[in-house]
Design a protein around this ligand. Structure first.
Ligand SMILES: Cc1ncc(COP(=O)(O)O)c(C=O)c1O
Length: 490
């Protein structure tokens, strides 16, 4: 598809912005406000490089681009570890109400009572679903929440004079942001091995625990889509060694309303509101990564926070042992409004249906596809699962990357691939609760057709996608020799 600049047609008819006619009566200033007229001399090098196009051409160009967008509103998007669920449009609409969207973060609290009430009630809702005692809405992404949570753990140990705890334990299957956050807080990261079943290796954990360990970071279900069935033992081992247990809530969708990290013994949890609680994502934000803590850590939470006295709400920074500010103002408030609307829509009785259906949908697709693909882990899956190409496919030269790209030709967004790193040729599929059985069945048929092609016409799969605007790009060259400039020229 041509870029809009390449569509430049000199002299395209545009009746709405007539050319200035120096000889006639119509001047540019009659059409456009005087203050908007350019005053530079008519030097061609200084002219705005806007393409000359008619309105119809612009509309067609933009609509053409829209049609090429892939998103949850246009197709099934089984991107594992990302919870690409459908987000009800009413939440979007509510977050755009001027009563929320036109607020200024510096306006007096007395004029923001409704918004402050929403924020406080959202904190309470998040406490309820995670089993935590206090929540901060400050962090603006999951990784930002991790960083905040680890700083809170550090402040806690420091406040007790326990300064020798220099290590954070992270399972080998963890998301890369976990070790990165720990390292950014100045900790040494120690990898904890997994068992053949994909769970935390208790012997490995025991060997790593000691009075120099500040915390263990864990997701449950873990990044392989499996529930850590030894979680109560794990929490006891960590706490007995004086450490804290950190919950990476990226996979909270699987247990929403059914089980709570707080009840499993976690001390700190971050939530990715842009995954579990209704914010479209995948395009780079905005997101939100609120952090919940147990009582003994509440005094270290960042500031500001919403305080309620009688029936009045105010923003306060009166928290003497706080780790301080982790961002400007109080996070991404439009994301909070969506999450609040989501909470209110489902209610206490509805939320457990989210977790249950997310798991049911994943288990259904897995049960179908394990007949055609290799399933590396045998434990029951939660809301997502991992498959691999079969030996026969690999023998034909067909790898996970090829299968994923071929899905594009069938109209699907590819699943997450080569993550977690501990599984060779991993293909991680997360259907989410919002997909119907009919959609899942169609996806299964596409995956089965691709499996057949992989064996009978492997070149077709290896060279996919065939229908996309851009074919297979040379990713190594793109990484090593990145060139993002647009050249409208020659
Ligand atoms: C397991 C896990 N942890 C942490 C994160 C980081 O979250 P964010 O992208 O919001 O920073 C992700 C993101 O996909 C994740 O899947």
């Amino acid at each position: 598809m041509e870029l809009i600049f390449e569509k430049n047609r000199k002299g395209s008819p545009n009746p709405y912005f007539p050319k200035e006619d120096p000889a006639g009566s119509r001047k540019a200033g009659d059409v456009l406000p005087k203050g908007m007229l350019r005053t530079e001399p008519d030097d061609p090098n200084k002219r705005l490089a806007l393409p000359e196009m008619s309105e119809l051409e612009v509309v067609r160009h933009v609509l053409g681009l829209c049609r090429r967008q892939v998103g949850i509103d246009s197709t099934f998007y089984p991107l594992g570890s990302c919870t690409m669920k459908y987000n009800p449009k009413i939440n979007e609409a509510v977050s755009r109400w001027p009563q929320f969207a036109a607020m200024h973060p510096l306006q007096p609290d007395s004029t923001a009572q409704g918004t402050l009430q929403v924020l406080l009630e959202l904190e309470q809702g998040l406490c309820h679903v995670t089993g935590m005692d206090a929540v901060t809405l400050n962090p603006m992404a999951g990784a930002h929440g991790e960083w905040t949570g680890i700083l809170i753990i550090k402040a806690y140990h420091d406040s007790r004079g326990d300064k020798k705890r220099r290590k954070i334990l992270v399972p080998t299957a963890a998301h890369g942001t976990n070790p990165a956050s720990a390292a950014m807080c100045g900790y040494e990261v120690v990898a904890i091995p997994g068992t053949e079943d994909g769970l935390v290796d208790l012997k490995g954990l025991e060997a790593a625990l000691g009075d120099d360990v500040a915390a263990l970071m864990l997701t449950n279900p873990n990044t392989l889509g499996l529930f850590e069935t030894d979680i109560l033992k794990i929490q006891k081992m960590v706490h007995d060694a004086g450490g804290q247990l950190y919950y990476d809530g990226a996979n909270l969708n699987a247990i929403l309303g059914v089980a709570r990290p707080g009840d499993m013994g976690f001390d700190v949890v971050h939530m990715n509101l842009h995954k579990t609680f209704s914010t479209p994502h995948g395009g780079g934000g905005p997101g939100a990564g609120p952090v919940g803590v147990k009582k003994h850590l509440a005094e270290f939470l960042p500031v500001p926070f919403v305080k309620k006295t009688g029936d009045r709400y105010e923003m306060s920074s009166d928290r003497p042992k706080t780790i301080g500010r982790v961002g400007a103002f109080y996070g991404n408030s439009n994301v909070y409004v969506r999450a609040y609307a989501y909470f209110r829509t489902y209610g206490r009785d509805g939320l457990p249906e989210v977790g249950k259906h997310a798991v049911l949908n994943a288990a259904y697709v897995l049960a179908k596809l394990q007949k055609t693909y290799t399933r590396p882990l045998k434990n029951p899956c939660m809301h997502e699962f991992i498959l691999q190409p079969t030996k026969e496919m690999l023998a034909k030269g067909v790898r996970t990357l090829h299968l994923a790209k071929r899905l594009i030709d069938y109209g699907y967004h590819p699943p997450t691939i080569y993550f977690p790193l501990v599984v060779n040729e991993a293909m991680m599929i997360e259907p989410t609760e919002t997909e119907s059985k009919a959609t899942l069945d169609q996806f299964v048929v596409a995956m089965e057709k691709i499996a057949k092609e992989a064996l009978e016409t492997p070149e077709l799969v290896i060279n996919a996608p065939h229908s996309a605007v851009v074919g297979k790009v040379d990713e190594t060259k793109a990484a090593k020799d990145l060139d993002l400039r647009f050249c409208a020229c020659e």
